[in-house]
Design a binder for this molecule. Structure first.
Ligand code: MG
Length: 229
């Protein structure tokens, strides 16, 4: 079984420094009026957030400007994450990861809107090593244009298949995330989904989106193991 974890507001909290670092980079590059107003971020792919931020601020989302904004974001994020106390794992995460890593029938993975460098930085700040998750799919790894989160589970499944020498079916994949985007990307690919209300969405919204199980956080280990096993 392959278990794919979202990062932000599912495994960890970094106190909102991610979007702040991106908006700071926008102001540094494009002027003080650069705004994120009206651009949703929760559960979305970083390349799409960057594209929408540029468009929102009256700039054509060229690869050059997108690259500059991404580079500025990386620099600002590294600085912000170096402040003590910025990052932490969410309730139950440390225990769940430790237990799953001891059970060979589960392969752990990441499925996230983050870029590899920035997502890895965030995790390490919180004491979580990206290498604990042998299957990793990052926010810029959609094989299609425009990219979408729905494109990422098949990438994870093909990487899992390459590691294990056999194809894996959607029902053998569990996606764990905190937004309706995580839920819909599971459902679009026939995967199962545990949703946690540790982000900005409540249990009812996550259930309405189609989550198989919605939990307040990952500390309810009895419910999680019941679902997995
Ligand atoms: Mg999230």
């Amino acid at each position: 079984m392959l278990i794919l974890f979202d990062i932000d507001a599912t495994l960890i909290s970094t106190s909102g420094v991610g979007i702040a670092a991106m908006l700071d980079a926008g102001r540094e590059l494009f002027g003080p009026s650069f705004t994120g107003e009206g651009v949703p971020v929760a559960g979305r792919l970083d390349p799409l957030i960057i594209r929408d931020l540029l468009t929102r601020n009256g700039r054509a989302p060229t690869p050059e400007d997108a690259g500059r904004l991404r580079a500025g974001y990386e620099q600002n994020l590294a600085r912000a994450l170096s402040c003590p106390g910025v990052g932490r794992t969410l309730p139950g995460v440390d225990q769940l990861l430790a237990a799953l890593r001891q059970r060979p029938r589960y392969t752990l993975g990441l499925l996230t809107g983050n870029f590899e460098r920035t997502g890895s930085m965030k995790l390490r700040t919180c004491g979580v090593e990206p290498e604990w998750f042998p299957v990793r799919v990052w926010g810029d790894e959609s094989p299609h244009d425009p990219p979408a989160r729905e494109h990422l589970p098949p990438v994870a499944m093909s990487r899992h298949a390459a590691r294990h020498g056999r194809a894996i079916q959607g029902h053998e994949v569990v996606i764990i995330g905190d937004t309706p985007h995580d839920v819909s990307c599971a459902r679009a690919n026939g995967c199962r989904c545990i949703a946690v209300a540790t982000g900005r969405f409540g249990l009812d919204e996550l259930r309405d989106a189609g989550a198989d199980v919605a939990l307040p956080n990952l500390a309810d280990s009895a419910a999680i193991w019941k679902f997995l096993e």
